[in-house]
Design a binder for this molecule. Sequence first.
Ligand code: BTN
Length: 307
Amino acid sequence: MKDRILDILRAEDGVVSGARIGSELNTSRVSIWKHIRKLQDLGYVITATPKGYRLEEEPDVLFPWAFGRRQGQIHFFEATDSTMSVARDLARNGSSGFTVVIAEKQLKGRGRLDRQWHSSAGGLYFTIILRPQLPPNQVFRVNFAAALALVRALKQLFDIEAKVKWPNDVLIDTKKVAGMLSEFEADSDRLDYVNLGLGINVNNDIRPFNKTAICLKQLLGRPVERKEVLLAFLTHLEALLDERRLEKIVSLWKQCTVTLGRRVRIVTRQAEFSGRAVDIDPHGALLLALDDGTSTAVHYGDCFHEE
Ligand code: BTN
């Protein structure tokens, strides 16, 4: 009900009477008033006068009912250890593709290579469960699609030209605006699920001494509605996971990456490689032309652009 009241208030650039909202939603004025009070408690600025209600300002909330047709797919937590753990349990228990677990705050947020991910207030932290029909060695296509989906969402919403850095950071200029973590389970020839966890710097303050990250608020000079970012991301991801586009995902990704053609240093748990990033192999690995004249394929690791 709250989402439908908000839709009516949003559509009207003025005051809407309780009677009109009540008749559109087939309920009493008293019930509308109670919902309005709840919305006010949640931070919506709604002025109430004898003539009716007017929506003045919306808070940046991520409650399921704020997501319209997607609300049934959204699990929202004020705080949880990590959305990756919640999503893993949901995926193992059969939750469908495009289920999204969002947390306002993560107590044990996880980054790549077993690092911690600090979930500062105002960021967008979520894991999406996907069930692509792919063999396990093609899981990288899903990661590439997700990075590209975010690039496209940022272009669509804010006209920002973001880029991808192998394996799947999203950068604006040279600074990281989002990081991604993926987990999957599979049998020998088919993925069961792929969970993609994204941490997007939206309205969270980046510490002044952190020269390698940026948030959207800082870039645009105004706060951003995180829900809009997530919805646009999901729409682009859905389109990119379409079978035919997934076949072309590597060439689409190549058009958007700032890694290929550069000198890079790749640090994995066991080793370090320096060379020129020349291509992506059929399994998503980064092909490096090493300084000693040989080449190698790197499947994971931290990538540092050296020029
Ligand atoms: C990276 O190291 O760049 C990847 C960071 C991924 C962080 C996100 S936040 C939502 C999801 N839950 C986690 O614990 N990690 C991912």
